[in-house]
Design a protein around this ligand. Structure first.
Ligand SMILES: O=C(O)CCC(=O)C(=O)O
Ligand SMILES: [Fe+2]
Length: 335
């Protein structure tokens, strides 16, 4: 049977390190990735204290006056760093159609402590190791974000190990392909707007993510994440207080020759009659392998006698192609 909803998967048996525990988790993850491309994970080993600290500092940042936030503005359209204000971006642009701006503001960082070596600055490295931009008035903000980025990188490595097992590959297959990952961590605040919303304007328009996987820490506000299942029905992603939402991105879909799906998703507005302030905040980590990794159909994903559906492409070029497509449709108005 094909899953039409997003399953909740406990990672404790994987971290228990027995072969049976790992195999059991890999099996559940495999089904989720094939059927709906989304799962909620629990017992993920990320300290609650770190999540709370980052969430609180993020709230403090978004509460600052706009001109203060603008001091950490995104430096260039092709560099996803720093602050972007409400409606300056539209995720639906990446779906090749114009759409009104998303009802969210964001703050983004990329890799930290980048070594002073040519690999990180040569032309092929593009803007992937661009310097970060920080707010200057919030003590502890940059260290908390750096810790969170590192913790998410570690969790993504564990998930990629589970993916390897699920795809019948050696457990460490992906390790050397993500040891210089070019991921991005982005916090989002969706204000609760009660007027001035354009026709079709959402908190985040329907889109797919680009990379290997995404790890989202949502809050419980109304007006949340929905995914389009295989019956083309929008279903809510369950909110689990100490869980993370994980989804497959386009690069992983390509790597698995479409065996796993990068699912269309969106963030809807709160219902019109919603009580109180349903402002929403989420922490989103977009995981992307090393820029020079060649993404070509994984051995276990090629059907007997079949041809791969995609030509090999590097992780960096794959990501860049998404940006080029976006620029055609909206320049700096895109993520
Ligand atoms: O805020 C969320 O829950 C998810 C946002 C999202 O899908 C994205 O930024 O790609
Ligand atoms: Fe997304």
């Amino acid at each position: 049977m094909t899953l039409q909803y997003v399953p909740i998967i406990n990672l404790a048996p994987y971290f228990g390190r027995t072969a049976e525990g790992k195999a059991a988790v890999a099996k559940e993850v495999n089904q989720a990735c094939r059927d709906i491309g989304f799962l909620v994970i629990t017992q993920h080993q990320i300290p609650a204290e770190l999540i709370e600290r980052v969430s609180k500092l993020t709230g403090n940042f978004f509460d600052l006056p706009l001109d203060e936030k603008r001091k950490a503005n995104r430096p260039r359209p092709d560099m996803v760093r720093g602050y972007s204000a409400v409606a300056e971006e539209s995720l639906s642009y990446s779906m090749e159609k114009a759409a009104p701006g998303d009802l969210k503001e964001s703050f983004s960082i990329g890799p930290l402590n980048v070594p002073a070596e040519p690999y990180y600055s040569e032309e092929l490295a593009g803007p992937h190791f661009a310097p970060n931009v920080w707010p200057t008035t919030l003590p502890g903000f940059d260290t908390a974000y750096a810790e969170y980025f590192e913790a998410m990188g570690d969790l993504a490595r564990s998930l990629m190990r589970i993916f390897a097992l699920a795809l019948e590959l050696p457990e460490l297959f992906f390790d050397d392909k993500i040891d210089n990952h070019i991921s991005m961590f982005r916090s989002l605040r969706y204000p609760h707007l009660k007027a001035g919303i354009e026709e079709g304007q959402l908190r985040a328009g329907a889109h797919t993510d680009y990379g290997s996987l995404t790890i989202v820490k949502p809050d419980g506000a109304l007006g949340g994440l929905q995914v389009c299942n295989r019956e083309r029905i929008w279903v809510d992603v369950p909110y689990v207080e100490d869980g993370f939402v994980v989804n497959i991105g386009d690069l992983m879909m390509q790597w698995t020759n479409d065996q796993w799906i990068s699912t269309l998703h969106r963030v809807v507005n709160p219902p019109e009659n919603a009580d109180g302030d349903q402002q929403r905040q989420s922490l989103v980590f977009f995981h992307q392998p090393n820029y020079d990794v060649m993404v070509e159909c994984l051995p276990s994903c090629l059907p007997a006698g079949g041809e791969p559906r995609y030509a090999p492409v590097t992780s960096g070029d794959h990501l860049q192609s998404k940006f080029v497509r976006q620029t055609t449709f909206g320049g700096s108005k895109v993520a």
